[in-house]
Design a protein around this ligand. Structure first.
Ligand SMILES: NC(=O)N[C@@H](O)C(=O)O
Ligand code: NI
Length: 161
């Protein structure tokens, strides 16, 4: 069983896995006669393969318990996947670099602060959506289309905060 202690999520630490989406930590420019700050182009949506298209969905998730015990990570080889909380929900992020196998030494665990979202780059191994404390509602942007876009890799993990 691989034991991990979740670290506070930062863009720098998450860079090998994708982007952190956070209005507080991103540049913006004024639009709408100055009434709106546009935090522009914060993450890259990847949609690969036959019939690929971008999906916008809502995930309503029940909270996980901590320590969080997992028995697999998954990846989406044909597209990115972004999760943005709609009510400042905190969630646990577990990731490993893209590749055909997972090196346990490269698995990282993070916890978000409620204002952060993540965009997993295509192929990044990750735990399924794991919201903390209460039911969570997330805007999700990921890839639809033909072919298999979800691989699972067995891995026994316990994550503490
Ligand atoms: N299956 C699905 O749409 N969700 C997972 O990919 C996940 O990362 O939660
Ligand atoms: Ni996923």
């Amino acid at each position: 069983m691989l034991e991990l202690k979740a670290e506070p999520l930062t863009a720098e630490a998450f860079a090998p896995f994708g982007e952190v989406i956070d209005a507080r930590a991103s540049a913006w420019f004024p639009i709408n006669a100055g009434r709106t700050r546009r935090h522009h182009d914060l993450a890259t949506v990847e949609t690969l393969g036959e019939g690929a298209r971008t999906l916008i969905s809502l995930f309503v998730s029940q909270p996980v318990t901590v320590p969080l015990e997992l028995d697999f990570l998954e990846r989406h080889p044909l597209g990115s996947q972004a999760f943005m909380p709609l009510h400042e929900e905190r969630f646990v992020v577990v990731v490993a670099p893209p590749g055909e196998t997972i090196d346990p030494a490269e698995v990282r665990a993070f916890v978000t602060d409620g204002r952060q979202g993540v965009n997993y780059r295509a192929g990044t191994w990750h735990a399924i959506q794991s919201v903390l404390e209460r039911e969570g509602e997330f805007l999700v942007v990921d890839r639809g289309g033909e072919g298999n876009n979800c691989d699972e890799h067995p891995l026994a993990l316990r994550v503490t905060l």
